[in-house]
Write a protein that binds this ligand. Structure first.
Ligand code: NDP
Ligand code: 8X3
Length: 253
């Protein structure tokens, strides 16, 4: 039987990288995307070790035309994506609304929300035609709660939650499974991006307790997508045990 194809956005680090590896271990051929080409090449070497075929696409999800152009380069035998992991995204800054940066706000809405839509727009029509497929959207605890200084990041992830629900409704006639995965604190490059390379501030986010790892999230995604076709784990909120809510984390400092 032909191998299924999974497309993972934001596969150059963190949750996306770990998910690409986990899905390869499940036997999927992988389309890995991101902006950092060298990282994609490194990932491809790891995927080769898993014995699957892979292909990389280097583009910025927030650039509508770049997304279209990248998908247009897909060879015919890679066009039928069985599993889409909409993971690319980040927080940019953490400021009160009255002093927030317009560039940060643009980045979060353009990447986390519009980028997810642009990629989905390229993938979903083929799933609809074939009346099958699975979509996993990576939201966040920030899409379930709003926390101080989280304002626009939380808004972007609430939008991801709404889009996930909307996809599930609209794609219901076609038997397409739509899964929302909403992690709490996961130690990745996320905080380095949010705090613009401030290593001390980034490290402190994960100190005094055991955060989730990217592999924890990847394991859960692999579990969810490998349920029988009649089962959808529609909405998964996943926290470190030390975290009870977005801002309540039991730390031993
Ligand atoms: P990382 O910073 O480690 O990874 C982010 C990924 O997104 C990278 O591969 C990056 O690739 C990609 N990305 C960012 N901007 C763009 C862009 N404009 N175009 C294309 N790709 C882009 O963070 P995580 O792995 O933690 O984050 C993955 C997802 O998980 C995000 O949606 C995040 O919001 C969400 N999340 C993270 C949590 C956490 O605590 N870490 C908790 C809850 C949700 P590149 O830079 O190469 O383009
Ligand atoms: C990332 C987790 O708590 O920083 O989405 O919003 S949090």
């Amino acid at each position: 039987m032909e191998k299924k194809i999974a497309l993972v956005t934001g596969a150059t680090s963190g949750i996306g990288w770990a998910t690409a590896i986990s899905l390869a271990q499940l036997g999927y051929n992988i389309i890995a995307t991101g902006r950092r080409q060298k990282r994609l090449q490194d990932l491809q070497k790891e995927l080769n070790k898993e014995g699957v075929d892979s292909l990389t696409l280097t583009f910025d999800v927030s650039q509508k035309d770049a997304v279209k152009d990248a998908f247009a380069t897909l060879p015919d035998n890679w066009k039928k994506v069985d599993l889409l992991i909409n993971n690319a995204g980040n927080a940019h800054g953490m400021d009160p609304i009255q002093t927030g940066s317009l560039d940060d706000w643009d980045a979060m809405m353009d990447i986390n929300v519009k980028g997810l839509l642009y990629v989905s727009h390229e993938v979903i029509p083929e799933m609809v035609k074939r009346e099958k497929g699975t979509i996993v959207n990576i939201g966040s605890i920030a899409g379930k709660e709003v926390y101080p200084l989280g304002n626009v990041y939380c808004a972007s992830k609430h939008a991801v939650d709404a889009i996930t629900k909307g996809m599930r409704l609209d794609l219901n006639p076609f038997g397409i499974r739509v899964i929302g995965v909403h992690p709490g604190l996961v130690e990745t490059e996320f905080s380095m991006v949010r705090f613009k390379g401030d290593e001390n501030r980034s490290k402190s986010v994960y100190q005094g307790y055991q955060p989730l790892t990217a592999e924890d999230i990847a394991d859960t995604i692999a579990f969810a997508v490998s349920r029988p076709p009649h089962v959808v784990l529609a909405d998964i909120v996943m926290l470190p045990t030390a975290q009870a809510a977005a801002t309540l984390v039991k730390k031993n400092l």
